[in-house]
Design a protein around this ligand. Structure first.
Ligand code: GLA
Length: 385
């Protein structure tokens, strides 16, 4: 049973627990960000792709105001929709938080009982929390007999992070989860929240490389980067660094702000260039942009880590690899490589044989490599009649 995809496991668990088929089924994918890192909260551009790894919920609406959920490997949880979400409730905070904000925004939601399953490794920079939030939002809506514009759901999901969990993230993760399409990445304009599908070039594969390291107590670093960007934008006199250019860097008061802004301004341009290279099927240019992104995150933005640097830099030297970089927020977790499809197996074998977690940042989970294809975005698969 554990080898089946999340959807099948959640459904089986529901049948075992409640003795009936679920009438409400939702799923939402994790994401890998191909390029465009730490740009979302600067109103910039990002180019993620939805993963073939889902969080699935198999449920039955209860007609009341209580959510009773169990999830593999976690204690079951009971959520009272008439009380405010508790930020310390672990995974239940996302399930409760999105239901709460949906209702506050005027959507009809309802209680459900059901089972969750996940194929998204937690802490590997693949946005398992955003996927959980999106799948849970769709479940609450389905239980209330309603639907929603997917972009609105994503933006409410970002508010769960910001207002319930107190983490000042941007909108990348949730938008990536709802806007996924098979065989395409999503170019996201994080200001207008316009999403343009960009087909992945033929003959290449995206490989996720999990360093097995996990983040600890670095939320303050993320908040500090965001604050630096806001100070830099204010000194330049623009709403967000999206509106700044490299010539504006001279107007910044200190070297740290110049480095942060240089990363964001450069990364926005690299992301637009990467989307063009993707459209043109130019894997060499796309890969070079990814490697340049890693260097900028390491040298100017200071959000890489010994393990992420070791993984990305090793991948960049491998035959058949067009480029590699850390992905997501940084400091630990996963990296991503663009690889010639014919070389994927040898690439993964060579990486597995050569990669050694650096002593400065030991792995706490297995080091793993996954070739991935782009998946469809979050959806309600079974809607109660
Ligand atoms: C985390 C945040 C996102 C984004 C990335 C960095 O994943 O949740 O909003 O800022 O980091 O690009």
């Amino acid at each position: 049973m554990t080898n089946t995809p999340a959807l099948a496991r959640a459904t089986t668990a529901h049948i075992e627990r409640f003795g009936a088929e679920p009438t409400l089924v939702t799923r939402a994918p994790g994401r890998v960000n191909i390029i465009g890192e730490h740009t979302d909260y600067n109103d910039g551009f990002a180019l993620p792709m939805a993963l073939p790894f889902d969080i699935a919920i198999a449920a039955t609406p209860t007609g009341d105001r209580v959510i009773t959920a169990q999830s593999e490997g976690f204690d079951p949880t009971t959520i009272d929709l008439d009380s405010p979400p508790d930020p310390n409730a672990g995974w239940a905070a996302y399930v409760h938080g999105i239901a709460h904000l949906l209702e506050e925004a005027g959507h009809r939601i309802g209680g459900w009982q059901g089972c969750l399953a996940s194929d998204i490794p937690a802490g590997a920079s693949l946005s398992s929390s955003a996927a959980l939030t999106m799948a849970a939002g769709l479940a609450a809506l389905g239980a209330g007999g309603s639907t929603i514009d997917r972009i609105e759901l994503a933006l409410l999901g970002q508010r769960v992070e910001n207002e319930v969990l107190g983490f000042p993230s941007g909108n990348l993760d949730q938008l990536a989860s709802v806007s996924g399409r098979r065989n395409s990445a999503s170019l996201i304009d994080c200001r207008s929240v316009e999403v343009t599908p960009v087909p992945l070039p033929d003959g290449v594969e995206i490989v996720i490389m999990d360093t097995g390291t996990r983040r600890e107590l670095v939320d303050s670093e993320y908040a500090a980067r965001r604050a630096d960007c806001e100070r830099a934008a204010a000194q330049i006199g623009v709403d967000a660094l999206r509106d700044a250019t490299m010539t504006d860097l001279d107007r910044l008061s200190d070297e740290q702000l110049r480095m942060r802004a240089r990363h964001v301004i450069g990364e926005n341009q690299r992301t637009l260039d990467a989307a063009e290279a993707m459209q043109a099927g130019d894997a060499a240019t796309l890969g070079a942009l990814m490697s340049a992104s890693h260097a900028s995150l390491r040298d100017d933005y200071h959000v890489t880590s010994p393990a992420l640097d070791a993984m990305a830099e090793l991948a960049q030297t491998m035959p058949g690899c067009f480029g590699a970089r850390m992905t997501g927020g940084g400091f630990a977790g996963g990296a991503v490589a663009l690889v010639d499809a014919e070389a994927t197996t040898t690439f993964i074998d060579a990486m597995a044989a050569s990669y050694r977690p650096p002593a400065a940042q030991p792995a706490v989970k297995p080091v793993q490599f996954w070739p991935v294809t782009a998946n469809a975005g979050a959806e309600i698969l079974r809607f109660p009649s």
